[in-house]
Design a binder for this molecule. Structure first.
Ligand code: PHB
Length: 389
């Protein structure tokens, strides 16, 4: 208790400003990577950690003449724990960068720590539109939910889907999914006949899916966070929604590449929109997927992995051009970076500090004995439309 109060007081008094000196005297460049490594979102933490380590293995552990030290901490998926760990990393470990943030509430809880200590905070996973506005020190390398679901709503309208039910996880990115999908779909002339929300913790999809079945929409639109899609798919099949002719369209987290192969036949034909598929056809992605598999027992990288891999790229390049300096100088060097990611071409918008990239409409297809999110349409240079609306 005393320790926590003391840390808060230090940050509040701006004493963290003296950290710059301490950092400059040390020949390390420390990155504090805070992830859910245990609890229901441990698969997200594992993907992020593996990809960050892969980036370091491929690019070396020295930048601007300093040794890169990656400090990985488990936040168990709890906002309070994430914030406390961030304070300790800033005050005790004197990290130059805070990174990770597997869920929106974890990023939101930590934003004030970044602001008060003037530490750049690279959000590699959380995807609610508002996240980048929580601190001027946040840079995002994941994606935003509005980018994805508005692209999907346009596809649905063009593909003869007129009546939908929406079913989302009841927390920030689910609420963003519901809001921006429904708004765009209705503006396109479609009808949303019911909006349903399931709890984040221990969701039971069965009663909700029964209601969807009874409502008989052309399609179910859904969002659940990475790692949860298999349970939803299983229930969708068990309740016979596929047999009843209800199509399934989703925010791409639902057919997450990490678990897609375990979903079985019910997933085939599901259409989603997202910024990354392991099936993306480019030389950069082929190399990334192969290297990730080789380093992780044949595992497939998902969009979380790509957020971390690209986040490390942004940090490394910024550290090089700011010659190892931290704070504002490092932050400014992150803004405006343009590069080719395994997802395709992307950049960090210098004004919003948010990611701009292509959004792909994908259909799940079986190729040999594996399921893949095959890209069928591409919209390039998509900015977040969530800001200020
Ligand atoms: C989020 O909490 O922002 C989040 C987490 C997992 C996802 C998408 C969004 O798959």
């Amino acid at each position: 208790m005393f320790k926590r109060t003391f840390l808060n007081a230090m940050l509040g008094l701006g004493l963290a400003g003296t950290l710059g000196l301490a950092q400059a005297q040390d020949n390390t460049f420390k990155i504090g990577l805070i992830l859910p490594m245990s609890g229901p979102f441990a698969s997200t933490g594992k993907q992020l950690e593996s990809a960050a380590k892969l980036y370091m293995a491929q690019n070396g552990d020295t930048v601007a003449g300093r040794k890169v030290v990656l400090i990985v901490k488990d936040d168990t998926g709890s906002p309070d724990v994430t914030k406390r760990i961030a304070q300790e990393l800033v005050v005790n470990d004197k990290v130059q960068v805070l990174a990770g943030f597997g869920l929106t509430p974890l990023a939101m809880a930590t934003a004030p720590v970044a602001t008060q200590s003037k530490t750049p905070m690279v959000v590699m996973a959380a995807a609610t539109s508002i996240v980048t506005e929580a601190s001027p020190y946040i840079v995002r390398t994941s994606f935003t939910v509005p980018q994805v679901v508005t692209t999907l709503a346009d596809w649905a309208t063009k593909n003869n889907i007129k009546r939908v039910v929406s079913l989302v996880t009841d927390y920030a990115p689910g609420v963003d999914s519901e809001k921006y999908f429904n708004q765009r779909f209705i503006a396109n002339g479609g009808q949303v006949i019911e909006t349903l929300r399931v709890p984040l913790r221990n969701p039971d999809f069965a009663p909700f899916l029964q209601r969807v079945r009874d409502a008989k929409p052309d399609a179910l639109f859904t969002f659940v966070p990475a790692g949860v899609g298999s349970a939803l798919m299983k229930q969708f099949a068990e309740r016979g929604l596929d047999k009843a002719g209800i199509r399934l369209i989703a925010e791409g987290s639902v057919t997450d590449d990490d678990i897609l192969n375990n979903m079985g036949e019910v997933a085939v034909g599901v259409v989603t929109a997202h910024h990354y598929s392991a099936a993306h056809k480019s030389a950069v992605n082929k190399k990334f997927v192969e290297a990730f598999g080789k380093a992780n027992n044949g595992a497939r990288p998902n969009f979380m992995a790509v957020g971390a891999y690209d986040g490390m790229r942004v940090i490394y390049e910024a550290a090089k051009s700011s010659k190892g300096q931290g704070g504002e100088v490092l932050l400014n060097a992150m803004k405006g970076q343009v590069f080719e990611s395994p997802r395709g071409q992307m950049y960090i918008d210098a004004q919003t500090r948010d990611v701009v990239h292509s959004i792909y409409v994908r259909r799940v297809e079986r190729i040999g004995d594996q399921l893949w999110n095959q890209e069928i349409e591409t919209v390039t240079d998509v900015k977040d439309i969530g800001k200020g609306r």
